[in-house]
Design a protein around this ligand. Sequence first.
Ligand SMILES: Cc1cc2nc3c(=O)[nH]c(=O)nc-3n(C[C@H](O)[C@H](O)[C@H](O)COP(=O)(O)OP(=O)(O)OC[C@H]3O[C@@H](n4cnc5c(N)ncnc54)[C@H](O)[C@@H]3O)c2cc1C
Length: 342
Amino acid sequence: MSRTTAVIFIGNNAAGYQRADAFLWERIIYDYGGVGVGGLATAGGIGWLVREHGLTIDHVRAVEVVLADGSVVRADATRHPEIFWAVRGAGANVGIVTAFDFEVDEVGDVGFAQLAFDASDTAAFLQAWGDWVVDAPRDLTSFLILGGARPGEPRVAQVMAVIDSDDPDTVLARLQPLAEAAPLVGQDVRITSYRAVISNASDETHAAEGEPTARTGLIGRITPEFARDAARFLDSGATYFFQLRAVGGAVHDVAADDTAFAHRSAEFSVVAFGSSRHQTSSQWNELIAPHVDGAYVSFETEQGDAAVEAAYPPATLARLRAIKAQVDPENLFRDNANVRPE
Ligand SMILES: Cc1cc2nc3c(=O)[nH]c(=O)nc-3n(C[C@H](O)[C@H](O)[C@H](O)COP(=O)(O)OP(=O)(O)OC[C@H]3O[C@@H](n4cnc5c(N)ncnc54)[C@H](O)[C@@H]3O)c2cc1C
């Protein structure tokens, strides 16, 4: 059950609140508790407290895996360490994980903000949001969603942020710099449990249908050039859902070769959903791809060598191929971002 102990308000402009309120709360799609742990905890796992606590895979201490030959192994830092390394970032290629041991962090009540901004100056807002996130203490993690503008209305930016604090003053202090970046047209800020933030999964049967097209990449700090080209990408109509997720902070504390998720210096994951594969991909390739350095394997719908090479840098890919050759030489587990045996 949702438990809300305080509601607080911030901001510089309540005008337009009703319109943005309807837009935001009816259409919002954000991360939720229905995502499967199998895919999440073998690919990376970018959560609401990622800047403070790192990726889901950084909390995996052991796995039980069914390998291609039907054998079952328990892998951790000392037993089958290469399998344990590969499972954390490229697990789909290794086998089927049937059990995870997680080391968990205790989390109390948190600040949860859902904010809507007039992002008519899209590039300026992207820059301001990106700087705000990177310069914030690690107790703040934020995701940003942009889409097309409705006719006659400004583009609305939806910002979600979790602040690991139950102190309203701390939550306000974290949010206030962003509230001043653009006209704030909708807001809901509350102190609530982490469980309430994440307990938004539907009970309906999962249809197992992906988006028509999703392109993804990792970037460092938002540059003026990226902000300009992202605004052009949005203006082109190539995406109806353009999301940036913070992936810095504690993710950087793990060495690039500690897990098969090697992109440890990225600040943001960028995802674009589109309804036309050709249009989305051609605009992505022209405007966004030049700015990205690597990719998070989970959201990409384009398959093939380029996608695999984006997810796994050369040293990681070579190590994965060697492991694959040992544990799955016939490439049984290939319905994924497939690492072929060397
Ligand atoms: C609405 C939505 C929100 C999302 N939010 C987030 C988010 O906040 N953070 C984030 O990091 N990702 C997020 N994702 C992406 C998510 O991590 C991936 O879609 C993930 O693969 C889902 O896990 P799954 O178990 O459903 O995988 P599936 O879609 O079933 O499979 C995906 C891949 O994982 C492999 N796989 C699945 N289970 C196992 C297993 N037990 N052992 C080995 N390989 C396995 C499959 O073989 C396949 O290659 C989101 C996706 C959606 C649709």
